[in-house]
Design a protein around this ligand. Structure first.
Ligand SMILES: [Zn+2]
Length: 451
């Protein structure tokens, strides 16, 4: 976890900050090219700021938070004065952010938030402010905002060259990156959570909330089987054993590298279809020959499979059924119209769920579900040793291949600017500098065979 840089390192920075107590109206205006940002000279004010700041750090070292806050308040006033005198002073702007940060250290609960709000504005206006990113990373770290911490630490590392900063930032970044890469999966306790329970209110029993059904792995698998049954007649399953074996091996590898997901054993089938598409269900994965033909590398294929499997990891079908049920839209109808009893309740829920699931397939997942699958998909691909950035490249390539009549997969997975942007931003937190697998001889052989 983040450790605050110690006082001696800090004290070596010419420090200081900005305008008013509220960073809402930033007076910081970085100098335009060709303008001398050192004029008017704010050095005398910054030196006074530094004196108060040093005194605050000394107070923090002896754990006197009250004294620290007093000194920080003085430092802040000086910093604001400096920034009013010269709104182009980077030292003043970054310094103010540092003061906000240490107000957080001194026990002011909003300090870290003020620091990140302010410093975010500073680096937006002045993208070369290395130290601005450094304290922004620390401020986000203290708020446990993993992704922002990693990304800003990386940016600071590209700008700062002194040994102390590099050590500080590397330590901060690595700590958060480890957590980011380990804790991406949020549904480890799904079956025990309220989201896996279908309940109803019993008007005959004091409006007690009664459990109607519990979603279990078996339930999800039955749901998938029912959906597949409806889909079945339209599918032409390929009998090409080597292709099937290759895909099965790929999927097994993917799943083995991301343990903790739903406990399904997946069977992979190859579907003879020119449509660029793949579908994953609890226990079953369908891959179209059209997708394999379109993919240029094994890594590209992996990112598509990862995305589809991610929908299963996130329990999207079961969650859609549960939310539909809880909205009572279908529940009331079924319960009243069919007058069901408990012995056939499960059967009816499965039928209901299958239609909800088929509707999902037809209309596509919601934007939030897609976002979740994109997020989990990048981790699944990365965990298996593949470069997850190929996913966004795949979207674009697919779109460019036929922008007028998008492929089926694109109609449910549009490569919107928003999607490319959030995925690209998310990917910035991965250690992508390490070597990752791109292709395999087996994939090339497969492509040659499918020609
Ligand atoms: Zn999707």
């Amino acid at each position: 976890m983040a450790r605050v840089r110690n006082a001696s390192i800090l004290a070596s920075f010419l420090l200081v900050g900005t305008a008013t107590a509220s960073p809402a109206q930033p007076p910081f205006k970085p100098a335009k090219a060709g303008v001398d940002a050192s004029k008017p000279d704010v050095l005398p004010i910054l030196k006074l700021t530094q004196v108060s700041f040093d005194a605050a750090l000394a107070a923090l070292t002896r754990q006197d938070n009250r004294a620290a806050r007093d000194h920080l308040r003085k430092a802040r006033e000086q910093a604001e004065k400096a920034l009013k005198t010269n709104p182009a002073s980077r030292d003043a702007a970054v310094g103010l952010g540092m003061i906000f940060f240490y107000e957080g250290v001194a026990g002011d609960r909003r300090g870290y938030e003020r620091a990140s709000d302010w410093l975010q504005k500073v680096v937006n206006a002045d993208p070369d402010a290395g130290q601005g990113y450094q304290y922004l990373a620390h401020a986000y770290g203290r708020q446990n905002r993993m992704h922002e911490t990693i990304v800003n630490a990386s940016l600071a590392l590209t700008l700062l060259t002194d040994t102390a900063s590099i050590r500080d930032l590397t330590q901060l970044k690595n700590g958060f990156q480890d957590v980011f890469l380990k804790n991406w999966y949020e549904y480890g306790q799904y079956y025990e959570s309220p989201a896996a329970k279908l309940t109803r209110i019993n008007a005959q029993n004091n409006y007690a909330i009664e459990l109607v059904a519990q979603i279990t792995p078996q339930f999800e698998q039955d749901l998938a089987a029912k959906g597949l049954q409806a889909l079945g007649p339209t599918l032409q399953i390929s009998q090409d054993a080597p292709t099937k074996q290759y895909l099965q091996k790929l999927v097994d590898k993917l799943l083995a590298k991301s343990p903790g997901g739903p406990p399904f054993t997946y069977t992979v089938d190859v579907v003879e279809s020119p449509a660029v598409n793949a579908m994953a269900f609890p226990g079953r994965i369908l891959v179209n020959t059209g997708l394999i033909r379109f993919c240029e590398s094994e890594a590209e294929l992996i990112t598509v499979l990862s995305h589809e499997i991610a929908h299963v990891y996130a329990h999207h079908s079961a969650r859609a059924l549960q939310s539909n049920w809880q909205k009572q839209q279908v529940a009331a109808t079924i319960l009243q119209a069919a007058n069901i009893n408990n012995s056939n309740l499960k059967e009816q829920l499965i039928t209901l769920g299958a239609s909800v699931g088929l509707e999902l397939l037809a209309r596509g997942y919601s934007r939030n579900e897609e976002k979740e699958a994109d997020k989990y998909g990048t981790h699944l691909a990365f965990n298996a040793g593949y470069n997850p950035t190929l996913m966004t490249k795949f979207f674009l390539r697919l779109y460019e291949a036929n922008p007028r009549q998008p492929f089926k997969w694109l109609s449910t997975h549009p490569p919107t600017t928003e999607r490319i942007e959030y995925t690209t931003a998310y990917l910035e937190a991965f250690p992508l500098e390490q070597e990752m697998q791109l292709d395999s001889q087996e994939f090339k052989d497969l492509k040659a065979r499918l020609k």
